[in-house]
Design a protein around this ligand. Structure first.
Ligand SMILES: CC(C)(COP(=O)(O)OP(=O)(O)OC[C@H]1O[C@@H](n2cnc3c(N)ncnc32)[C@H](O)[C@@H]1OP(=O)(O)O)[C@@H](O)C(=O)NCCC(=O)NCCS
Length: 159
């Protein structure tokens, strides 16, 4: 199994993040860099050797009313790199990081229609606590700020 390399994102990573996402989402990433500077989040970029393959956003400030613990908010693996167990390794590292910061629980949301992603998190020990919540966020695409609303179920795991 390839050993992945994890580090905090920095402003010079925008190109790598575009490569991972396959599109330019600069406002999204820049907002996360700002929140990282304030200590609200850890926005990690993941490399397989020199190749950027994914990212994960861990929030330590609860941005949603139903979140009670540090949350995994955006786990993403580059399309061409999927189904190689990278997401599993990334989740393991994110949980380790949250635990080393003194937390004994972690949480996340899964869109209600994402059945296999739900099974994936359940296989890692996450349990559904409540649902359904309306998760609202903004994404800027081609200079236009789009409000997105997702119906999600809320999950927690003891670390
Ligand atoms: C979700 C995501 C991060 C998974 O990344 P990945 O590196 O391909 O996942 P892994 O290879 O670690 O696989 C994890 C498990 O999910 C299963 N899986 C992966 N892709 C799957 C698919 N398209 N359909 C069904 N199961 C799938 C794998 O078989 C594996 O299960 P197993 O351990 O029982 O074999 C990736 O698909 C992604 O970035 N999707 C877009 C963003 C997203 O939806 N993020 C989740 C937000 S809640």
């Amino acid at each position: 199994m390839s050993k992945l390399i994890f580090r905090e994102t920095k402003s010079s990573d925008l190109g790598f993040l575009d490569e991972i996402r396959g599109e330019e989402l600069h406002k999204l990433h820049l907002d996360r860099f700002e929140n990282q500077k304030k200590g609200f989040v850890k926005y990690l970029i993941v490399f397989n050797g020199k190749n950027p393959i994914g990212h994960v956003l861990i929030t330590f400030k609860n941005f949603y009313s139903w979140h009670k613990f540090p949350a995994i908010e955006d786990l993403y693996v580059k399309k061409e790199e999927r189904k190689k167990k990278f997401a599993k390794q990334i989740m393991g590292y994110a949980e380790f990081l949250v635990k080393t910061k003194g937390h004994n629980k972690i949480c996340l949301d899964v869109e209600t229609h994402e059945f296999w992603i739900r099974s994936f998190y359940e296989s890692l020990g996450y349990e559904k606590i409540s649902g359904v919540h309306d998760l609202k966020y903004f994404v800027e695409r081609n200079g236009i700020n789009e409000e997105c609303v997702e119906k999600v179920n809320y999950f927690e795991k003891s670390l």
